[in-house]
Write a protein of this length. Structure first.
Length: 301
């Protein structure tokens, strides 16, 4: 019989499931923001457990930049089929084609920032009143300011200085017409907690998280994937290296880690030994000192 002692992972799981059930109770049209990264995978797994044996009562929303890793899209589609979940895809390419956003140019061009407009447009189109994300407070200083229930105004914007108190895990989901909430059930988890939970629950993960050979190039202190959407400088050369992703986003801003981690135990040991933060390999966070907070205020995840 499984040992059901209340370990710290079970406490975190219980807290997150409570948050997800509160979302179901307080909102009419919630959605899970699904990127194919480990955090959104864990949130989806928690939702599966929270409402089992019923299906997850929320659709999954993926904002497709058009510059995603193939492994991520393949995993997304297989998971949706396995869970019998509804998938909604918001297309950044459609936002570009319609003139809603303008594509960046140059060597450091990225579609990551453009996701904000696509996300807000999709939330408005489907009238979602709560968007459930996998952000954690340990990731980045701007995310450390978030509540579980994070209010967004009618323009989708976040005011970090005007958030509602959450004493004793009492959540206030009241809002005006046109406003919505971002909800972060795994706010109190760490990167190590996430990987230990994935190991404990035996959650299948995208192959890109494990060491594999890939064509890469070195820029500004990090290895990047040499994919078609990446424009190399004349001084940059493509190399074949053994790498893995520690965090997954748009190809243009996802740094790759030189690694020999072939299974979950290897990953956990590697993270325990590293002195580099999880988002230290995300180029989008390096554009300015307040890059993440600026994007969040504008309506980013």
């Amino acid at each position: 019989m499984e040992n059901r002692k209340l370990t710290h992972l079970r406490e975190l799981e219980s807290e997150s499931i409570y948050v997800l059930r509160e979302v179901a109770a307080q909102f009419e049209r919630p959605v899970i923001l699904f990127s194919g990264g480990k955090d959104s995978i864990v949130v989806t797994h928690l939702a599966y457990k929270a409402f089992y044996p019923s299906r997850i009562p929320f659709p999954l929303l993926h904002i497709d930049t058009g510059h995603n890793f193939k492994e991520t899209i393949d995993y997304r589609d297989a998971l949706v089929e396995k869970l019998g979940a509804k998938l909604i895809v918001g297309s950044v390419q459609e936002s570009i084609d319609s003139g809603r956003v303008k594509e960046e140019t140059g060597y450091n061009a990225s579609r990551n920032r453009l996701q904000t407009t696509t996300l807000l447009d999709t939330i408005e189109k489907y009238k979602f009143d709560a968007a459930i994300g996998g952000a954690r407070r340990d990731e980045e200083k701007a995310r450390a300011k978030e509540r579980f229930f994070s209010h967004r105004d009618e323009f989708g914007q976040w005011d970090p200085k005007n958030q509602r108190p959450e004493l004793w895990n009492i959540f206030n989901g009241l809002k005006n017409m046109g406003e919505h909430f971002r909800v972060f059930p795994i706010s109190n988890w760490t990167e190590m907690d996430v990987w230990q939970y994935i190991y404990q629950e035996n959650i299948e993960m995208p192959s890109i998280y494990f060491t594999h050979e890939r064509d890469v190039f070195y820029r500004d202190g990090q290895w990047l994937a040499a994919e078609e959407c990446m424009k190399l400088k004349p001084t940059e050369t493509v190399e074949r290296r053994r790498v893995r992703c520690r965090t997954i986003g748009d190809i243009s801003c996802t740094g790759l880690t030189l690694s020999e981690a072939n299974d979950m135990v290897d990953i956990i040991e590697e993270i325990a030994a590293t002195r580099v933060t999880e988002r230290g390999g995300r180029a989008d966070d390096k554009r300015s000192e307040t890059a993440m907070e600026d994007r969040k205020i504008a309506g980013y995840f």
